[in-house]
Design a protein around this ligand. Structure first.
Ligand code: HEM
Length: 130
């Protein structure tokens, strides 16, 4: 599922581990704080640290960096792993709201933000099971 448009993968362009960490931290902070995304917040455990670490590991590989998630947990099978949760248009939009705002806050490069928005949108659409 690697998404690189050229020889410089998204992992390098975003700024490697440090920026991906900042992105996932901001993403879950927003999910925790925004009243609009309370619906998906309550699907998660009280402590978001585990989810944050897994998303960091996944995005590292997905952006073309170290394949941390696959090495530890095997093939992501993301759709299957999301089956226990009821995900429709509203939940997808809540997830994208957190991610788009987190990207606005953390990623300076506008072209990169646009590419990642389109790529995240595809995965989020695919995650719907309702
Ligand atoms: C579309 C709306 C989505 C909802 C409502 C949602 C919700 C969730 C929930 C509730 C969990 C379990 C967290 C926990 O362990 O406490 C989870 C796990 C996860 N999500 Fe999502 N998610 C969505 C989309 C996405 C997308 C688009 C991605 C990737 C780009 C993603 C990546 C992951 C990963 C990597 C995990 C960890 C899986 C595991 O190993 O258990 N999710 N998600």
């Amino acid at each position: 599922m690697q998404i690189s448009e050229n020889n410089n993968p998204h992992y390098q362009r975003i700024g490697g581990d440090e920026k991906i960490r900042a992105l996932v931290q901001r993403f879950y902070q927003l999910m925790d704080e925004l009243p609009e995304t309370h619906g998906i917040r309550k699907m998660h455990a009280a402590d978001l640290k585990g989810a944050e670490e897994k998303l960091f590991m996944f995005l590292s590989g997905w952006m073309g960096g170290p394949q941390r998630y696959a090495e530890q947990f095997g093939h992501p099978r993301l759709r299957q792993r999301h089956m226990p949760f009821s995900i429709g248009d509203s939940e997808r939009d809540q997830w994208m709201m957190c991610m788009n705002q987190a990207m606005d806050d953390v990623i300076e490069d506008e072209a990169l933000r646009k590419e990642l928005t389109a790529a995240f949108q595809k995965v989020a659409d695919f995650m719907r099971n309702q």
